[in-house]
Design a protein around this ligand. Structure first.
Ligand code: ZN
Ligand code: ZN
Length: 390
């Protein structure tokens, strides 16, 4: 009788007795039913024959105190028939890979040489429920990738292709790592936990098991495709929506776009490190864009209307106040990078007062006249005064 039988069959129901029935009650129920369905009394009736087998099987277990106890414990683990084998109407969130559990060459091999009782078998198979021996579903790994964006795409957001290499379960062996027709067995070194502990200086360290490299399983005959690792490298290209306003060096997280999970676990996340190509004209300062606007000395002194470009939009004309200093910053609202809330930052225009290196004769003449007109002023008078006073 297999473990699966224990979980699937309700022996109490077969005998029509309550779960707390005493031995005498079980015996009485069995005798009555056995008489009724005995093959001698139902010649040629295959249904009766089936029923008789069920009754005998149930009685064999329930009449034996030790086996009954093991049976009760097994069913208690899964909530009395709450267990459903694969394909029998949804595993209902059952956390283990049943193929692994019930595969003949799998974990059951662990009990070889032992007492071989069903209790031992359960200890090995389902100890995970209590002691963490069977591996639980595992979340897929996080995957990291990089992308280089144009300056404009980083400001406005863009959908870009990202090539990902990731490791996923080998399709040939369904991730078991074992050759066709074979199953991995529980690693005896770590009893399937994938971890071994080591004592050093009075402290216990837990480290990945060296024999199974932390998998908890050993493969005797490796899969010809993945050579026993159970993993396959795969490359895929994914279209990723990069939100507007990303900055150079920013790491964006795309939930659930990483490597697929194992044993029903959720997929990992994808992290994309964004690089942004510099723009020949514009710069970024947080949500704001920056641009440097050259202005002439007369514009700075007298004030002017100055037209500057915007990123991807119409140029804007701003009023340069009279007496604007070199390096001063003017703000054009709402012409910066997009923010999360849909608004935009500002365009910061830095004034760069030009110093001409070559002048046309007429301009030179005018400048010399200007010098003459301001000859009485000493531009460094305040400086000298301040230095003296200190
Ligand atoms: Zn191991
Ligand atoms: Zn494989």
């Amino acid at each position: 009788m297999s473990t699966k039988d224990y979980l699937e069959k309700d022996f109490y129901k077969v005998l029509g007795v309550p779960k707390d029935a005493g031995t005498a009650e079980i015996k009485k129920a069995y005798r009555k039913l056995a008489r009724e369905f005995h093959p001698d009394a139902n010649k040629g009736d295959t249904r009766a024959e089936e029923r008789f087998k069920e009754i005998s099987e149930a009685y064999d277990v329930l009449a034996d105190e030790k086996r009954r106890k093991e049976y009760d414990e097994a069913r208690a683990l899964f909530g009395n028939g709450g267990f459903r084998p694969p394909g029998a109407g949804g595993a209902g969130g059952f956390p283990f890979d049943l193929g692994d559990l019930f595969g003949g060459g799998g974990a059951a091999g662990q009990q070889a040489g032992g007492a071989g009782g069903i209790g031992d078998l359960f200890g090995g198979l389902f100890g995970g429920r209590q002691g963490g021996r069977q591996q639980p579903p595992r979340r897929g790994q996080d995957v990291e990738s990089e992308v280089t964006l144009n300056f404009t795409d980083a400001v406005d957001g863009a959908t870009v292709p990202i090539r990902l290499t990731s490791s996923e379960p080998c399709r040939h062996c369904n991730g078991t790592g074992a050759a066709a027709g074979t199953m991995p067995r529980t690693c005896p070194t770590c009893s399937g936990t994938g971890q071994t502990s080591r004592n050093q200086g009075g402290f216990a360290f837990s480290e990945p098991c060296r024999d199974c490299k932390g998998r908890g399983l050993l493969v005797d005959e490796p899969c010809i495709v993945c050579h026993g690792s159970g993993r396959a490298k795969s490359a895929r290209t994914m279209q990723v929506r990069v939100p507007a306003g990303v900055q150079d060096g920013q790491r964006i997280r795309l939930k659930g776009k990483g490597a697929p999970g194992e044993r029903g676990g959720p997929a990992g996340d994808l992290y994309v490190v964004v690089h942004v190509r510099p723009h020949p004209v514009f710069g970024r300062k947080g949500d704001n864009l920056t641009v440097t606007a050259p202005v002439t000395f007369p514009e700075a002194v007298l004030g002017a209307e100055v037209t500057v470009p915007t990123l991807g939009g119409q140029p804007v004309t701003l009023k340069l106040p009279a007496g604007t200093k070199n390096g001063a910053t003017l703000r054009v609202r709402g012409r910066g990078a997009a923010r999360k809330d849909g608004t935009r930052g500002d365009l910061l225009v830095t004034v760069d007062v030009l110093v001409p290196t070559e002048l046309q004769p007429k301009a030179l003449e005018a400048l010399e006249a200007y010098r003459e007109a301001t000859a009485a002023e000493d531009p460094r008078a305040t400086l000298m005064q301040a230095a003296k006073g200190a």
